[in-house]
Unconditional design. Sequence first.
Length: 259
Amino acid sequence: MRLEEITIVLVRPSEPGNTGAVCRAMKNMGLSRLRIAASELPFGPGSPAELEKLLARAVHAGNIWEGAEHFNTLEAALADCTISVGTTRRRGRRRKSNTLSARELAEFLAVRQGRAALVFGNERTGLEGEELERCNLASHIPVSSAFPSINLSHAVQIYAYELYRTLAGPDTGGPDPVPGQWVPMARPEIDTLVHKICGALAGMGFYRHPGREEQARFLRDLIARAGLSRSEGRYLENIITRAGRLSLSGMPDPRLNPG
């Protein structure tokens, strides 16, 4: 499943500011499909002040609201969705007994086909029992029992983030790293680095006795567990390479001892 196949459904939303913040949270994470079911929003064409409040909270995501679809009932809003997921923190009779966390849900949807709806209830009451019954699955956000209630827009942001980190990217393997982001070396890169390090050590006469293969395995496992980035791997390689050149020349390298 891809991000564009995910629809956020707000049931009976009543706070314009919250709805605007939901639009912003969605756009932050590459989601664009918003549906409003049985709206309680206290504005319409004759309420410009409330609409202004919504768009102010949406910041540059006003287009999400402008493209939102409106339905009289939740059933109509879910009609064309393959699977619908109700978000809730409550358990009880007529409520789903098993739920997935936000992260588990993202992983679940990653291997599904079709279109999914992620359903959020009213700011004050959440999803009612009958509304949750119309969903195929329930999901929750793990929170402290001291204060388990989460603001609507915050809840949407958490789910949107988990969906983005799992579903974004050409192969649904997560979003591309941003410049400067730490990314551990992949196995082929580690193998190449270990080969170069062992080659440099061999050039210094380090392997006068058997043991190169054992040390290569040790270095490979050590680098993998350390999670070196590519730049750190190159830096380590340069240190070993310079040391090898020094051993052959017998001359000190001022770059290694500037003092």
